[in-house]
Ligand binder design. Structure first.
Ligand SMILES: [Zn+2]
Length: 283
């Protein structure tokens, strides 16, 4: 990219905009690439629109666009502070824009005891777990036409937030695994609703060892929700669900110390903060 073109990039309204290069401005009245809504922070996301058939990549990874040009990108809990969104047109025009990903102040608890080394699981557990992990991987690999990724999400269950995404314990300087979802404490059988439109890609009939009765919903474009520890499911694999539809009930199946819903959100392999997908104040 030459300096001229780099100079044509602009930030408008907090969203990254690739202003048209010479020749483009005459054929397009709107910028070829812009973010239309965003939470540019670790665990956050952005939606945007690419006009004129641009092909996109984020840090070198191809980003698909819907037929109307809209797209979704998201940022892992430990995402680096800078990312680059690039667009290329069929005529060779190309530009890129740096995105600043704000760091988060995660809830960190320092524990003055050493991290206990994990015990060696017995072979029966290892066999069962390998099968469960394979089922989860197969479900996550499914590509659906779900459109929920376009929506502002709704809270899947009423109840007190009992565990925040990203929280981590540090044992005498050694970090333990961080919390990968949002915990909502609720009574047994409390209805769980779909936070956005989607397709059920996994409804574990028997409780998994860790996740319990796990429900996975694909929202399209690489975005998916996981609902852990359910007492029962109200939908089956392959079902299309609408935002707000009852999908399951709160329980404590699998490895859970109390009745709660653990709601995890992922985009591709990036783990996301569910609170950033809800309207402000809905947490
Ligand atoms: Zn949890």
């Amino acid at each position: 990219m030459d300096a001229d073109r780099r100079g044509a990039l602009a930030l408008i309204g907090g969203g990254a905009v690739l202003a048209a290069a010479p020749g483009w401005a005459t054929s397009l009245s709107l910028p070829p690439l812009e973010l239309t809504a965003s939470q540019l922070t670790q665990g956050g996301w952005a939606r945007g629109i690419a006009r004129g058939g641009l092909t996109l990549d984020l840090d070198g990874a191809a980003i698909p666009t819907a037929p109307d040009g809209t797209f979704l990108i998201a940022f892992d809990r430990d995402a680096r502070p800078a990312a680059t969104l690039s667009g290329k047109a069929a005529n060779g025009w190309a530009a890129s824009r740096g995105l600043t990903i704000a760091p988060r102040a995660w809830q960190i608890e320092r524990i003055d005891t050493p991290l206990r080394p994990p015990g060696v699981p017995d072979t029966a557990f290892q066999r069962i777990r390998a099968d469960e992990v394979a089922q989860i991987a197969a479900a996550r690999a499914r590509v659906t036409e779900a459109q929920g990724w376009r929506q502002a999400m709704v809270r899947p269950a009423a109840g007190r937030v009992s565990g925040r995404f990203g929280a981590q314990r540090i044992y005498r300087g050694t970090p333990g695994a961080y919390h990968t979802g949002l915990d909502i404490a609720a009574g047994s059988g409390t209805a769980i609703h779909a936070p956005a439109d989607g397709v059920v890609v996994l409804a574990a009939a028997a409780a998994f060892t860790l996740e319990g009765k796990l429900l996975l919903i694909d929202h399209g474009m690489g975005l998916s929700s996981a609902f852990l520890h359910c007492s029962a499911h109200a939908v089956r694999e392959g079902d299309a669900v609408r935002q707000g539809q009852p999908i399951a009930a709160v329980g404590m199946t699998g490895r859970a110390t109390g009745l709660h819903l653990h709601w995890g959100l992922r985009w591709r392999s990036a783990r996301l903060d569910p609170l950033l997908f809800l309207p402000a104040g809905a947490g």
